[in-house]
Design a protein around this ligand. Sequence first.
Ligand code: MAN
Length: 546
Amino acid sequence: MKSSHIIITLSCLINLRNAVAVEILRPRGVSVTKTALYDPEKNFTCFDGAVTIPFLQVNDDYCDCLDGSDEPGTAACSNGFFHCTNVGHQAVDLFSSRVNDGICDCCDGTDEFDGRDILGGGHCINICHEMGQVAREEAQRLAEMQKKGAELRREMARKAAELKAEKLNQLNQLKKDQEEALAIKVEKEVIKSQAEEKENAALAVYREAEEKEKAKKAEIQKEENAKEAKSMFELFDSDRNGRISLQELQTKQEFDRDRDGQVTAEEARFFLNENEEVGEDSFVAECWPRMKPFYMMNAGKYIVPGDGISKEDTDDINNLEEPNTDTDLAEEENFNEEVTDATETEDYHEETHNSDDEDHDDAYVEKEEEKYVSEVQYNAETQKIIDDAVNARHEYEEADRSVRDVEREIRQIEESLQKDYGIDGEFAALEGECFEYTDREYIYKLCPFDQASQRPKNGGGDTRLGSWGHWVGSEPNKYSHMMYTNGQSCWNGPQRSTKVELACGTENLLTAVSEPNRCEYKFDLQTPAACNFSEDSSSKGLHDEL
Ligand code: MAN
């Protein structure tokens, strides 16, 4: 059995202020707080109460207790713990497997009581004082940083409260503005309705006149079409018998629909509306409207609907002309030559010329009509009514826009007032600010309460890594982590998201960014807003074990 006891003389240092020498008798690897459980005058009962052994068997390098409590100072129990007192620094509980393993784990060297130090090549030496000194200085620095951070946090919270009060005032004012704007809108709407009622009544007279004018124009047009049709009838009725036959039409090359050089009886019949011959009335009413487009086409005109030509016919004709291949062109040239040689040539040209003129006339009429619609000259009284209505509409639109503007501002302020900016609103100051962090590949950007993004260093656009979602810190500090969600979709993966871990610091700084899982990012943000200073945390790490 190895020595089961050690006498530890502690210069018990309480913050290094009062040096008091005390002697405490306790087995190796036992903390001061557990000393009473190891009384050399009594048998030892395992902590789990299962077995009681003679005290001599404590630390005898044989594991008697299932909970390992009889071997606090040896490696005999695999589940035991060794307590390093580490006077001058922090006490530590080690797994007992680390006792006497040739590596100095405790800064006071007590875990290697046979003195071996494989790594250092000599004996373990007590370096607790030096380590404690460094730790205390670091703890002091941290405490000061946290104290300063906490002051800044208070300032941020104070400003947030001011801002909130300001926003509430603004909201009150805006609600009043909203009421006024709504009242004006209602007023303007009434004025607009009245003005438009008057305008409609005044314009009704003009609309009626317009309709009449249009009908008159249509009548004139109809008459002109009939006149044109009659003159064409005379032209085609070469035997002057008052009827137009298939044979008469077959002499007119213009009706060669398939352009094979001759007008067949079928082609002629098509233009005579499937009749063998027609009299003037049928010609005027049914045949000429069918024929006219072919005349136009052969004169190289683009046909527009109207003049008794249906939209379908017009489209047919125009579509016929489109696929004008080289062969088509050649054929057309031949055809024109033939026409020039023919006896009807003069008539043909004359007629073409005439219909050209009529075309100009049609266009003129149409233009005039349009002009009439858009540029009607109203009398002074009507014009005033129209102007009043235009103004009333304009003023109503202005009033409506004012209402919408005020409502938008109200919405923005209400949204901002509803946002959770921390216990004291301390995080509010981060809104509107953006922080960047650059690694080897990307420039990361965090705009708190807005969004997180990533931009390749060597150029390229921003990738959205998430929009502000909610606080996700676990209790008691919900405000330790932020979550930004619904970022750009990852190829074959989830939508990007970012978790921001907040730490206390004396300035707002993005200190690290990583991507622990593909398209899931972690940002580390330092900010005074995260400094929740308390006396406990300020003194943490400064005490050592008595
Ligand atoms: C981009 C970046 C990366 C991400 C991959 C996923 O390259 O957004 O952060 O891992 O896309 O394909």
